[in-house]
Ligand binder design. Structure first.
Ligand code: PGA
Length: 234
């Protein structure tokens, strides 16, 4: 099975750059990418050449929530995937496990497949708390919902946008821990790795059998770079 490749474009590209991104990916003939643009570009990015995924949305379906976009609204646009609990949501926007749980519930209610992001801080890793933190994040995100399948992105906070990457053994260990924990809840999982994935490490990371794919931030902002990375592993 091909490894999953998700591009998290964060808040980086403007309209013209997004139009070009779409054109380049469509012309590549590769249909496997999952692309996460800002919500404002989701409707213009709709294409049969790749899968679209939101980066985040709000958990209430509708109402007086100025500035927010709901998972319900995204579902009416035909969006079927969303990242949930990305480290930047947790740390820049102070989303706690409780908010993330409400977002998971909203995804389930609106038929949106969540890609749940988990990961430890540098301090938590140094204190040997990685598995504990990740398990807590999974446990609270899953409270109040029932799922038989889940895609998780393991993204150590200290590896995002820093150029730092855990060792291959460390990645494997956490991925196996996540799979084992979810399997104990009768949930089949796919686990993606994210955090400073780029062309010079994507091959060795995706060679790990517990890595079902990658969530790429910075290195995915250039569509040609994304295509080159795809070619390196396929
Ligand atoms: P990065 O970001 O690849 O730039 O480290 C990954 C992410 O935040 O999903």
């Amino acid at each position: 099975m091909n490894k999953i490749m998700m591009a998290n474009l964060k808040m980086n590209l403007n309209k013209e750059e997004m139009d070009n991104y779409k054109k380049v990916i469509e012309n590549s003939g590769i249909n496997d990418f999952i692309i996460c643009p800002s919500n404002i570009f989701l409707s213009t990015m709709i294409s049969s050449s790749y899968t679209l995924c939101a980066q985040d949305a709000y958990y209430e379906d509708k109402g007086a929530f100025t500035g927010q976009t709901s998972f319900y609204q995204l579902s009416t646009l035909g969006i079927n995937y969303s990242l949930i609990g990305h480290s930047e949501r947790r740390h820049v926007f102070y989303e706690d496990n409780n908010v993330i749980s409400l977002k998971m519930q909203s995804c389930v209610r609106n038929n949106i497949t969540p890609v749940l992001c988990v990961g430890e801080t540098k301090e938590e890793r140094e204190n040997g708390k990685t598995n504990f933190v990740v398990e807590e994040q999974l446990k609270t995100a899953l409270s109040g919902i029932s799922m038989s399948e889940l895609t998780v992105a393991y993204e150590p906070v200290w590896a995002i946008g820093t150029g730092l990457v855990p060792t291959l053994e460390e990645i494997d260990e956490v991925h196996l821990y996540i799979k084992k924990y979810l399997s104990s809840l009768n949930i089949n999982s796919k686990v993606l790795y994210g955090g400073s994935v780029k062309s010079d490490n994507i091959k060795e990371i995706t060679n790990i059998s517990s890595v079902d794919g990658v969530l790429i931030g910075g290195a995915s902002n250039n569509p040609e770079n994304l295509i080159n990375m795809y070619k390196l592993i396929n």
